[in-house]
Write a new protein. Structure first.
Length: 124
């Protein structure tokens, strides 16, 4: 006896409407929206802009992700590669929500000396 299988239907989420907003700040950039495959080009450009920024000696570059809704693993890896590529005394400070901090930690953030991760609530 054969049973009929139900077919799974993949329904696209908001991939077509995903956005990433980049806002320069005094010491870095703030990202809001989503960082995923559909916004990868914008995310990469934002990290390049951050890497090219100059801050006073002793001050870290700041990547504020505290209002970012979604961060995919590829984007998290790009952040870690950026931090690992900074020549001391340059440093990167990432402000993010706890779940983004966990992802960065799982991917090896603790092994990068030039990187500090600061948990921030989105309401700050």
């Amino acid at each position: 006896m054969l049973r009929r299988r139900r077919r799974a239907t993949l329904v696209p989420g908001d991939a077509d409407t995903a956005t990433l907003h980049v806002t320069p700040t005094d010491d870095g950039i703030r990202l809001t929206g989503d960082s995923d495959l559909s916004t990868r080009k914008e995310f990469t450009a934002a990290l390049r802009m951050l890497a090219d920024m100059r801050v006073p000696p002793g001050q870290a570059l700041v990547l504020d992700l505290s209002q970012l809704s979604f961060l995919d693993a590829n984007s998290a890896g790009a952040i870690l590669r950026l931090a690992a590529g900074l020549s001391p005394p340059r440093r990167l400070e990432v402000w993010c929500r706890a779940h983004h901090r966990r992802m960065l930690s799982v991917l090896g953030a603790r092994s990068i000396r030039q990187l500090a991760i600061v948990a921030r609530d989105a309401s700050l």
